[in-house]
Design a protein around this ligand. Structure first.
Ligand code: GLA
Length: 407
């Protein structure tokens, strides 16, 4: 990892975080696990630090476009690095119970690897997260045909989705809360979607180790929008093995089953008595191989949308916890969205070499993609994903990092 190319881009000074801690974070971003326990406990008593936002070069795309990583480092040694390509979270470096920092998100070390190989690692997903059946839908009687890239379907916005675009970035930090905004305009007709969509995604890192992601969009013509982030989490650190020992709870008593092409059938089915029941904390691996379940077979594991047990509002709702006993890391998740796609990394097969030089084995990361339900444009009974001119699309998801209670 190279050092910042211009010190004038450092917008905030480090107060509580020590130089050793920052060096450790830089190393953790490279995939090394670093012990900063002494500094971390020091910081627990001194939280006046305001952290830093630094732009660093991250190589170039095939066409020569230069990519940056915007690195936010808070006063408690948590670091989030966002790329100007795809708005990708390349680094999500979080301490474990002993203060050792590891990158808990899968990814690559170079822009060219992301461009050539990435299964959406860490990226903004749009214009429509997950699948639209046959890449087709109607609005006011007019039919739109999208690009298809998953058998007959449109997946994650198409072959050139929001994960494969260059973004403008801006430091929108306020006081001691670090925030970086990625912005772009998606042209009318891009990947087949109607309307020019002006959108931005803001990543906020607090000194409580919360990563908040706010999505915002407007359109000049009626369209559909469904934005998410596709970070693959491994709370043991990327490259450390599979996620079958992670304990997951999802506050959802129903899920949307899928057909053979992984398109929702339109039903809401109770999770009780099925491998999809995560209403109480359960190891991800416990029922994942239950091949008596047709739905497990169709998803090749978990790759489904859970219908969150919301209270009828679109307030922030705690929808999941993910914990990892060996490291002590705990992630608590909140969202304003009605659904979450829990995907258990079923298509990882060891062929991709990640940040720390380790192959990403089968199920070595999992995603919790907050969203409106897949294929909603073709499912009249699902919550609407239509955005009208003059209206604002807003969505928020927060991933909060802490340590499992000792008792
Ligand atoms: C989503 C989809 C999966 C798969 C992954 C990326 O989670 O639902 O089927 O495409 O993205 O590989």
């Amino acid at each position: 990892m190279t050092e910042p190319h211009s010190s004038t881009l450092t917008r905030r000074s480090i107060v509580a975080a020590t130089a050793a801690g920052v060096a450790a974070l830089t190393a953790a971003a490279r995939g090394e696990i670093i012990d900063v326990s002494a500094e971390t406990s020091h910081n627990d008593h001194e939280e006046s630090g305001s952290g830093t936002v630094v732009e660093m070069p991250f190589g170039a795309l095939e066409d020569g476009t230069r990519i940056s990583m915007i690195r936010m480092t808070n006063a408690r040694y948590m670091e989030v690095g966002i790329l100007t390509w795809g708005g990708i979270i390349q680094c999500l470096c979080v301490p474990d119970r002993d203060g050792r920092i590891a990158n808990v998100s899968l990814g690559f070390n170079t822009a060219s690897e992301y461009e050539a190989n990435s299964p959406y690692f860490g990226a903004i997903i749009g214009r429509y997260a997950n699948r639209i059946a046959n890449g087709r839908f109607e609005l006011d009687g007019e039919e739109f045909q999208l690009e298809t890239n998953d058998g007959p379907n449109n997946l994650h916005g198409g072959p050139q989705g929001f994960d494969r675009r260059v973004y403008d970035w801006k430091d929108v930090s306020k006081d001691d809360v670090l925030a970086v905004r990625m912005s772009r305009v998606s042209a009318d007709g891009e990947e087949g979607f109607p309307g020019e969509l002006t959108y931005n995604v803001t990543y906020t890192l607090t000194n409580d180790n919360h990563l908040r992601i706010d999505y915002f969009a407007t359109t000049d013509r009626k369209t559909v929008v469904n934005l998410t982030n596709h970070t693959y989490f491994n709370l043991g650190g990327e490259g450390s093995g599979n996620i079958l020992d992670h304990v997951l709870q999802i506050n959802a008593s129903r899920f949307t089953p899928v057909d053979e092409t992984v398109i929702p059938t339109g039903e809401h089915v109770e999770v009780a008595g099925t491998p999809f029941d995560f209403t109480k904390p359960k190891p991800v691996g416990q029922d994942i191989a239950d091949t008596s379940s047709e739905q497990i077979n169709r998803g090749q594991g978990y790759d489904h949308n859970w219908v969150l047990d919301r209270d009828g509002t679109d307030d922030l709702f705690e929808f999941a916890t993910l914990s990892h006993e060996p490291s002590g890391r705990l992630m608590t998740c909140r969202t304003t969205e009605p659904g979450v796609q829990f995907y258990s990394g079923n298509f990882l097969d060891g062929s991709l070499i990640g940040i720390s030089g380790q192959p990403y084995a089968y199920r070595s990361g999992l995603t919790l993609e907050t969203q409106h339900f897949p294929d909603s444009p073709n499912q009249p009974d699902f919550p609407s994903t239509v955005l009208e001119p003059g209206d604002e699309y807003r969505s928020t998801t927060i991933y909060e990092f802490s340590i499992i209670d000792a008792d």
